[in-house]
Design a protein around this ligand. Structure first.
Ligand SMILES: NC(=O)c1ccc[n+]([C@@H]2O[C@H](COP(=O)([O-])OP(=O)(O)OC[C@H]3O[C@@H](n4cnc5c(N)ncnc54)[C@H](OP(=O)(O)O)[C@@H]3O)[C@@H](O)[C@H]2O)c1
Length: 494
């Protein structure tokens, strides 16, 4: 059958995947092994820790995860022998030269055998320490590129970035590469000098170390520096800023390596494969859902007009596999960007997501640790960050002050209520600040290149269901109510 054209591209091939323990990579690894058991090898780059070897991380976090259930059922007792011949965990770290791999024979083997590299490693914390974010998201991308240059039969390097490298503007945001040094429109600087940023970080660290700061103060100063430099150059947070720099180094230094860059929007639980609703960890939108479901958040942040661009994880993986198969055949070495999201072809507004959250939790409220149902009201929509701060100031701070006073008068009788309320308010403020670039985002992500991939598979009679990544096929109400929200409850809040 024609579907094999995509699958066949991976037969006998060796793929190196970084960030293999991450949410997206797991869906990718599972899909490859399920649809193409004749892939030659998957080298999975995993960070070892003091307490866990890469072998145990591979087993516990990847193979034994619920996501691999279908694959385990398919292979039964033979699953571990099947996987041990295919899946090779490699201890490494992208922040180092040669990806931190120390075994030189292994490095030679990877350089000799690898056909494709997928760089999915990243720090995804929006307010990461600036030094860490630079090391992983910028110089990590550079290290992966340098490593790719030594792979003698490499067909392509696929780098996973994010659609939020764009600034929030009410227009169609194109799949255009960044030029080295480019800044965004609202920037206070006209040029972004990556080497100078690295120097600034090194100097700041030396200065802070000389001041005998606590670890906490040291980390928080470097976190603030990241946000400050991001804003200075026009980005909303350290994450999107360093991801943009990562794209710049790839574009600038790729030489004759074929590089394609994927920019997914907000990745949500699987739509269909290997089964609907699988998700791991609390991500952008989901932290808001959980805070609201637990009664911590009584409002929903979002511009009534703004669109929340989300895309299920399996659709991102399908588009990645199709792009790899198609590009490995193409002679062109131009860097191509693929934006994978839904805002252009099947938009859903923030306000609609808010209504769906309410609808779901009214029917299926969470249960608190005393076994009581947590009742939620229809959340108030707070349509700007200024209104949000006013709302907190007027509605919650007087209550907190009153509790503090009562606590003083009644010998700490209200201490736990006070602490609990203070924590909830701080959490709400933190969430609002972190997610404001996403929930108030004004742009629509163009996906003309991604649409070309869809057209290519439609025209070649490939089984489009096996490689579904058309956001038009998502019926949002059904997806959120019957797949995504239950997925968070089942796999994240378990
Ligand atoms: N999730 C989303 O909504 C979303 C949206 C758009 C784009 N993306 C992009 O998609 C990619 C995957 O995201 P994700 O959600 O799967 O992220 P994730 O779950 O946070 O996984 C990140 C992975 O990168 C690894 N990693 C971090 N630093 C590393 C280093 N120095 N060396 C080697 N590995 C390192 C992590 O390893 P440890 O387990 O050791 O920490 C983890 O396996 C990222 O590039 C992200 O920017 C994600």
């Amino acid at each position: 059958m024609e579907e094999n054209r995509i699958i066949q591209e991976f037969e006998g091939k060796t793929i190196l995947i970084t960030g293999a323990t991450g949410f997206l990579s797991k869906i990718l690894v599972e899909k490859i092994l399920r649809v193409q058991p004749n892939v030659k090898k998957l080298f999975l780059l995993i960070r070892a820790s003091n307490v866990r070897s890469v072998e145990s991380r591979l087993r516990q976090e990847i193979i034994d995860s619920e996501l691999f259930r279908i694959l385990r059922e398919k292979w039964g007792q033979n699953i571990y022998s099947f996987l041990s011949s295919k899946v090779i965990p490699i201890s490494g770290d992208v922040s180092y030269e040669n990806l931190g791999i120390v075994n030189s024979e292994l490095i030679d083997e990877i350089w000799r055998e690898t056909d494709f590299i997928i760089n999915s490693a990243a720090t995804t914390r929006f307010d990461e320490r600036y030094d860490i974010a630079l090391d992983i998201n910028v110089f990590g991308a550079m290290n992966v590129l340098n490593f790719a240059k030594k792979c003698s039969k490499l067909k392509l390097l696929l780098h996973v970035s994010t659609a939020f490298v764009h600034e929030s503007r009410p227009e169609l945001l194109l799949e255009k590469p960044f030029q080295m040094g480019g800044t965004l429109k609202g920037a206070k600087a006209s040029y972004l000098d990556i080497e100078a940023e690295k120097k600034l970080v090194d100097e700041t660290k030396t200065r802070l170390q000389a001041q005998n700061m606590t670890d906490k103060e040291f980390a928080s100063t470097l976190r603030d520096l990241g946000i400050e430099r991001a804003n200075w150059h026009g980005w909303a947070n350290t994450y999107s800023y360093t991801k943009a720099m990562g794209e710049m180094v790839l574009e600038n230094f790729k030489d004759n390596i074929k590089v394609i860059v994927f920019r997914p929007t907000i990745i949500t639980s699987t739509f269909r494969e290997p089964f609907p609703g699988w998700i791991e960890g609390l991500r952008t939108l989901d932290s808001l859902f959980v805070a609201y479901a637990k009664g911590t958040l009584k409002f929903f942040l979002g511009d009534p007009g703004s669109i929340l661009d989300v895309v299920p994880g399996d659709m991102v993986v399908n588009s990645i596999l199709v792009a790899m198969a198609i590009h490995s055949q193409k002679p062109s070495h131009e860097l191509i960007i693929y934006q994978v999201g839904s805002s252009l072809r099947n938009p859903i507004k923030c306000t609609e997501v808010k209504e769906l959250m309410y609808k779901y939790l009214k029917k299926k409220p969470l249960i608190d640790n005393k076994g009581k149902l947590i009742k939620v009201g229809n959340p108030t929509l707070v349509s700007s960050i200024t209104i949000f701060h006013r709302y907190i100031r007027l509605r919650y701070l007087p209550f907190l002050k009153m509790l503090k006073l009562s606590n003083l008068i009644f010998c700490n009788h209200f201490e736990s209520l006070y602490e609990n309320s203070r924590r909830k308010i701080n959490r709400a403020v933190q969430l609002a600040e972190l997610y404001k670039p996403y929930v108030f985002f004004q742009g629509i992500f163009d996906d003309a290149n991604t649409e070309n991939l869809r057209m290519a598979i439609r025209e070649s009679n490939v089984n489009t269901e096996m490689f579904e990544f058309d956001p038009k096929s998502i019926q949002w109400e059904d997806y959120f109510i019957n797949t995504h929200f239950p997925g968070i409850v089942k796999y994240v809040l378990k």
